[in-house]
Design a protein around this ligand. Structure first.
Ligand code: ADP
Ligand code: MG
Ligand code: MG
Length: 199
């Protein structure tokens, strides 16, 4: 079973990974966006880490809803409300249970990813974070490690696509040949989940 401490470790590992990869995320956002994805997520996940340090919630659902609220409040770019919705909706789906199973987490994240698709209007193949998140939640039933591999593959597979949503869609065909920054950060989020699980 997964407790609040597991979810805090997931968020802390994500913040550390975003710190390590911030320059790369911003570089990916440079040819097809506005070169701020790394700094957007650093600001957001620093705020998440600080909030969880200051008043650690006692339940998995509490950790994810707080993290989602902080992302929405601190990240100006498109990715803030989208990641915020992912985590907040997943947290709401977990309710106030003190511990949840891996299957409950997978189900909650599926609900969260559906909410991101509703909010942003993106479907798989539109060259967004959805291209990493959908395969990741699909593989979560198997293992955290399988989800990490699926997210990474999904992120890499955005390279030949033309963006149909978000800022990258403004550059039209020139978005082809570049890996999507949001799909790349989604792969980091799922890799941090596998890390928290020790996989
Ligand atoms: P902004 O584009 O506002 O500067 P970021 O650079 O932080 O925001 O985030 C860009 C990422 O957000 C993109 O690479 C893409 O993965 C994701 N994104 C943008 N719009 C959407 C959308 N409508 N649905 C899903 N993901 C999106
Ligand atoms: Mg940007
Ligand atoms: Mg921006």
């Amino acid at each position: 079973m997964l407790d609040a401490d597991f979810f805090r470790r997931w968020m802390t590992a994500t913040a550390a990974s975003v710190d390590r990869e911030a320059e790369r995320l911003t570089a990916l956002d440079s040819p097809i966006g506005d070169a701020d994805h790394g700094s957007n997520l650093q600001r957001g996940f620093h705020a998440v880490r600080d909030a969880l340090d200051k008043e650690p919630p006692g339940t998995p659902g509490g950790v994810l809803t707080l993290a989602g609220r902080r992302l929405i409040a601190t990240v100006g770019g498109a990715s803030g409300p989208l990641y915020g919705t992912l985590l907040r909706r997943a947290g709401k789906a977990l309710g106030d249970a003190a511990e949840v199973s891996a299957e409950q987490l997978a189900e909650a994240l599926r609900t969260g990813v559906d909410a991101v698709m509703t909010l942003g209007g993106a479907a798989p193949g539109d060259k967004t974070m959805i291209d990493a998140l959908v395969p990741a939640v699909g593989a979560l039933g198997e293992s955290f490690a399988a989800a990490r591999a699926a997210a990474e593959e999904g992120a890499v597979a955005t390279t030949p696509l033309q963006a149909r949503k978000g800022r990258a869609s403004y550059v039209g065909e020139r978005s082809i040949g570049h890996q999507d920054p949001g799909a790349t950060s989604s792969a980091l989020l799922i890799a941090a989940l596998a890390e928290a699980a020790g996989e």
